[in-house]
Design a protein around this ligand. Structure first.
Ligand SMILES: *Cc1c(COP(=O)(O)O)cnc(C)c1O
Length: 357
């Protein structure tokens, strides 16, 4: 828990807002470094080895962001002109500036999936026949947990069923596992088991795990070698990146143990919000650290309600005209959650705030 001048603000916009812990800052100050473009940064190398080990893979690569990790995966697996199958509301389809098209030359091929969770039944019809006049399918991308579906999770069985079918038709499967540790905690299993059959996995150190910067790609040695070249091409070859990797190592070792607290807080938050007149949310659907709720019945838009909340020092982002997302993390404790609930209740009771209409 960090204390600083902004700590009276309850910032639930995202788990990306977490600040490095004192242990991370110490590790950063003391990090042994070298030139990582030469593969000579001992701290980056240690982080990559640990990530590979934890995921039961041959190799891992430290990348600047989750978006960069997903883009590298697309560029490594698929050629320009190919399609990437993903669900309609997926991060790769909505929040990555169409980089798979603009940079990798690929097109998203999407389908609406219940809770954002794809199944082979939904995927199979999207796979292109092998001919000379349609674009070809290059990759399947799964998002676990699913951001815009309130942190919903793929179970190991759901993922493996997709991977088995994909393997049989020769298609690689990438997991956008930005919050894969949250999924593992919710399911009570290891990230390695949960992702074992995926051909590549991206996960973020900079979200719930609390590191200041960075994400990881994991996979086979061959995949990671290609990914390293693509990372450099994208301008992501970092030099003495050990100062960042040092915080990532602390995050990787220490943070998964406490994610269950964020999940308990999210459930508490959802239950509190569900008790407010005008708010629609089903607490039973909240299994990780994301709560998405609807304020339509309060006669307010999400923009109005979140502006009102902001004036009360509670920050949350609208995700639609009437929906607001709150994400719990290590820098908001239980008292912060209770304040967010209380402020939401009084905001919707109508205590209208002077904010230009
Ligand atoms: C945040 C996020 C990313 C991208 O991570 P950045 O580090 O912000 O680039 C990718 N996928 C999902 C599901 C995310 O939530």
């Amino acid at each position: 828990m960090n204390t600083d001048s902004s700590s009276r603000i309850v910032d639930l916009r995202s788990d990306t807002v977490t600040r490095p812990t004192p242990a991370m800052r110490r590790a950063m100050a003391e990090a042994e470094v070298g030139d990582d473009v030469y593969g000579e940064d001992p701290t980056v190398n240690r982080l990559q080895q640990r990530a590979a080990e934890i995921f039961g893979r041959e190799a891992a690569l430290f990348v600047a962001s989750g978006c960069m990790g997903n883009l590298i995966a697309v560029k490594t697996w698929a050629r320009p002109g190919m399609e990437v199958i993903c669900d309609e509301r997926g991060h790769v389809n909505n929040f990555e500036l169409a980089s798979m098209s603009a940079i990798a030359g690929c097109m998203p091929r999407t389908v609406a999936a219940p809770d954002g969770i794809l199944s082979w039944d939904l995927i199979e019809p999207l796979i292109r026949p092998k001919n000379y006049y349609t674009s070809q399918t290059g990759l399947i991308s799964l998002e676990n947990t699913h951001n815009m579906h309130g942190g919903s999770v793929y179970t190991r069985e759901q993922t493996e069923a997709i991977c088995e079918h994909a393997q049989a038709v020769g298609l690689p499967v990438h997991m956008d596992g930005a919050r894969i540790f949250n999924a593992a905690v919710a399911l009570g299993c290891e990230v390695a088991a949960l992702t074992q059959m995926c051909d590549s996995v991206m996960f973020c150190l900079s979200k719930g795990l609390g590191a200041p910067v960075g994400s990881m790609l994991v996979g086979t040695r061959g995949f990671i070698e290609k990914a390293r070249v693509t990372r450099k091409m994208l301008g992501g070859g970092m030099r003495q990146a050990g100062v960042l990797a040092a915080a990532g190592l602390v995050a990787l070792e220490e943070s998964p143990k406490r994610l269950h607290c964020d999940h308990e807080n999210a459930r508490r938050l959802a239950e509190g919000l569900a008790g407010i007149k005008g708010v629609t949310v089903d607490p039973a659907e909240v299994v990780t650290n994301i709560v998405i709720f609807d304020v339509r019945a309060a006669g307010k838009t999400a923009a109005e309600a979140s502006a009102d909340l902001r004036s009360r020092d509670v920050l949350a982002n609208p995700t639609g005209k009437y929906t607001i997302r709150m994400v719990t993390h290590c820098d908001v404790d239980r008292a912060g959650i209770d304040r967010a609930i209380a402020e939401m209740a009084s905001a919707l009771r109508g205590g209208s705030v002077a904010s230009g209409g």
